[in-house]
Design a protein. Structure first.
Length: 228
């Protein structure tokens, strides 16, 4: 679960908050869309939830941000990352390995999982995301949709309580976008709390449970995606 209570955040050397008095919750098995024009505070919100603000960027936080009941301000960044994963618009920016198999296995290896267990998880995860034919491939030779799957598969190798998708369809074709929508539905069914940041609404009509609109760091509207 992701929960923000009366959160205001100000970057270092700034005299005005980037986000002001935000309160909302993403429950297990729920997907929430956050949208708004460029500069409204979407990226800052992501950084607060995954711990980069203030643990990396610094700044001042008022209020509380909790993942699975644990306060981000009282946790180390590495511990926060074990509960919430972030898939960026361009997943290449977060890859650690050149090969697909090595990238998907990376998080389990970092946690000291036994090699036999890693191989079992790798096989199951690759099958789930239709990546078995690409396990021996070089990541940079894949299509954008396939890279997105690798990024998501690498995050899901170990259990996560929450997932953030940052402009996930920015580089995807229509077919890959529909595949991503179906995968999000499966993750919801598994009880993952999902926060999606995107300005495209068409593919999310049957995916998200609620929409939050930001403007100048504040929530100005909440509701559902209307029928079109």
């Amino acid at each position: 679960m992701i929960e923000l209570k009366n959160v205001t955040y100000t970057y270092p050397h700034s005299d005005r908050p980037a986000l002001s008095n935000l309160s909302f919750m993403v429950r297990p098995g729920e997907a929430i869309l956050v949208t708004g024009v460029s500069g409204c505070g979407k990226s800052t919100l992501i950084r607060l939830i995954n711990g980069l603000c203030p643990h990396y960027y610094g700044g001042n936080v008022e209020g509380t941000i909790c993942i699975d009941g644990k306060d981000n301000m009282k946790e180390k960044l590495c511990d926060i990352s074990h509960r919430v994963g972030t898939l960026f618009q361009n997943p290449e920016s977060q890859f650690f390995a050149l090969g697909v198999e090595e990238e998907i296995s990376f998080i389990s290896e970092c946690k000291g999982v036994h090699p036999k267990e890693i191989q079992t998880k790798l096989s199951q995860t690759a099958e789930r995301f239709n990546l078995k034919p690409f396990l021996k491939s070089i990541i940079h030779e894949l299509s954008q949709g396939q890279k997105q799957k690798v990024g998501l598969a690498s995050l899901m190798m170990e259990p996560l309580k929450a997932l953030i998708l940052d402009e996930p369809t920015g580089n995807l074709d229509p077919e890959a976008t529909l595949e991503l929508a179906e995968e999000i539905k499966k993750l919801k069914a598994q009880g993952v709390a999902i926060l999606i940041v995107d300005h495209r609404l068409y593919w999310l009509k049957d995916v998200v449970d609620k929409v939050i609109v930001l403007e100048k760091g504040k929530v100005v509207r909440e509701g559902i995606i209307p029928d079109v």
